[in-house]
Every structure is written in C-alpha cells, then in structure tokens.
Design a protein around this ligand. Sequence first.
Ligand SMILES: NC(=O)c1ccc[n+]([C@@H]2O[C@H](COP(=O)([O-])OP(=O)(O)OC[C@H]3O[C@@H](n4cnc5c(N)ncnc54)[C@H](OP(=O)(O)O)[C@@H]3O)[C@@H](O)[C@H]2O)c1
Length: 316
Amino acid sequence: MSITTICVLGGSGFVGRHVCAALAARGYRVRVPTRDRERAKHLTMLPTVELIAADVHDAATLKELLQGCDAVINLVGVLHGGRGKVGFAAAHVELARKLVAACRQTGAGGVRRLLQMSALNAAPDGPSDYLRSKGEAEAILKSSGLDVTIFRPSVIFGREDNFLNMFATLLKCFPAMIVPAARARFQPVCVSDVAHAFAEALAQQDSIGKSYDLCGPKVYTLKELAEFVAHTTGVRRLIFGADSALTHVMAFAMECLPGKMMSLDNVRSMALDSVCNGCAFPFGIVPESVEAVAPAWLAYRTPRGRYAHFRDRTQR
Ligand SMILES: NC(=O)c1ccc[n+]([C@@H]2O[C@H](COP(=O)([O-])OP(=O)(O)OC[C@H]3O[C@@H](n4cnc5c(N)ncnc54)[C@H](OP(=O)(O)O)[C@@H]3O)[C@@H](O)[C@H]2O)c1
C-alpha cells in the first residue's frame, strides 16, 4: 500500500522535529498532535506538516487523529516517569495499547503500518522502569498483528539534544564536574541518522516485523563524553567519575530538584551498556560520529566560536 499521510505521535520533541523534517523532505504529509501547540510551533515551518492540539491518551481523539492516515509513528516517551499521563505506564505501555486499538478501529484501508520508537536494552524484565515499560510496549506491538517496525537507539545526540548540551551547560557553570555513572558505556547515534532510518523504513516493505538497534560508530563512557564536550567547548575543568555510592546519592538529589537532570531509574538503566555489539546500521546509512557532527554547534559555545558566528551572521 502506498503511504502518503503519516501521523507522528511525539513529533514535536527533539527526535520528532528531525523525523518530521525527513518525512516532509520526502513529500509525505505529516500530522503531529501536541499537548502544547506554542512549544511545537517550529514545526509549522515545514511545508507538509499539520500541527494539532490534542490529547493522544484519549481513545476517541486518537482514533480521529488516525483518520485518513496510512501510517503512524510513535515517538512518545518520558525519561523520568511521573504520575498519571506522564508516568512510564501511561506514556509507554497504555499508549501502545490505545494505539493498536485505534489502528484496528480505522477498519479496512485504515492504518496497518506502525513505526515504534523504543530504546536499546528495552525488555519487560529490564533493570529500570523506563526499560521495562519500553519493553512491554514492544511486546504489545509485536503481538498486534499490525505491520510494525521497532527502533532501539542508544543515546541520541544532535543540535537540540538534552545530553551533550547539558554537559556543556554544566561545564560552563561549575569549576569542576563529578560525572555520575561515569563508566556507563554508550554508542551515541546522530539524530539525523535516526530520522533517516524512520523515513527509509516506511519505503521498505522488508522492514515490517523487524527491530533495529541504532548506534553510532564509536563507544564512549559517560566520562569520556563529558571530556569531549569540555575539550570542544574550550573549557578547562577537572572532571571526576563518581563511584556507585556517590552516583546513587547524586541521582537521588537530582531527582528531587526541579528540572530533574537525572533519576535513580536512569542509574538503573545505565547498569546495562547501551551499545550495539557490532550490528550494522540499517538501510545502508553510514552513521555520523560525535566528533564529526557535534563541534558544529558545541564550538559556538567558545568565545572564539561566538565571535565567528557573529561575524558570519553580520557578514563582516
Ligand atoms: N533522546 C534520546 O537520547 C533517546 C534515546 C533512546 C530512545 N529515545 C526515545 O525517543 C523518543 C523521543 O525522544 P525525544 O528525545 O525526542 O523526547 P522529547 O524531546 O522529550 O519529546 C517527547 C515527545 O513526546 C511527547 N510526549 C512526552 N510525554 C508525553 C505524554 N505523557 N503524553 C503525550 N505525549 C507526550 C511530547 O509531545 P508534546 O509535549 O508536544 O505533547 C514530545 O513531542 C522517546 O520515545 C524516547 O524514549 C530517546
């Protein structure tokens, strides 16, 4: 079946904006529900994207959103679970169930094609609530009888990320940094590669029924990533790794602070290395490395970078 219109749940977020751009660039019509139209208004710049204020947790609304769509992409995710609709169970597990029901209710000629954003190491018996709820969502979708493709990325980096940018901000503010879970290993994947993989999967029938682990070309510890950011942004800081006990104390403290940079559940997720163990990136995409891409925006944080940026903009 040819796909022309796609509903992207979670399309307004960091990954979503790149997925929507990749879909719009391929000429797809894209429908994005959001809880906050104002926060998502950057998407209105994309020519084929329609932004709708809607509550995707409401079954009738969800069904209406899928009317006239040929596929749905589910990017909704929370990293720090809260209560009710923002909890892991509601945002990951219940929403997956409601999505399957909504797809089925659209009837013949309705939505059969579903792309799901999961996470590396997601499993119903995973070590954290985040990974368990993502794993349960995968299980629901796999047994739905729909044409499902699942993506399981390691940590995702990009200009608007909340990962390398958070290190950059912290390194700028404090004279030294203690990195919790410093030896946790990641294989960061570039957001544009993730977005292309989603767009490519829609065009490739043989991606149906498959799960793809998505990783960049290189493995780093969290401390190595903090050191990379310090080096790239030109700040000289002492960077220490916290041991397990201090990591737990720090995560507990951060969990209680507004903005929740980290939680104890995140620490439990990091008990497993978020790495791909050599599996190739799908669809022939050659993934970008952190070193090749991130300096393009991190370097603007150095005084010299800001000056060059200013000269660029004013053409002086
Ligand atoms: N970023 C990473 O490093 C990474 C790594 C692995 C997997 N993932 C997964 O990739 C997906 C996208 O991540 P992201 O970094 O783009 O996250 P994000 O920037 O926080 O965006 C999350 C999106 O989901 C929607 N959303 C969040 N909570 C919701 C809720 N309770 N009910 C309804 N909608 C909700 C938001 O929509 P509105 O606020 O507009 O309503 C937003 O568009 C998530 O599923 C995440 O678990 C991310």
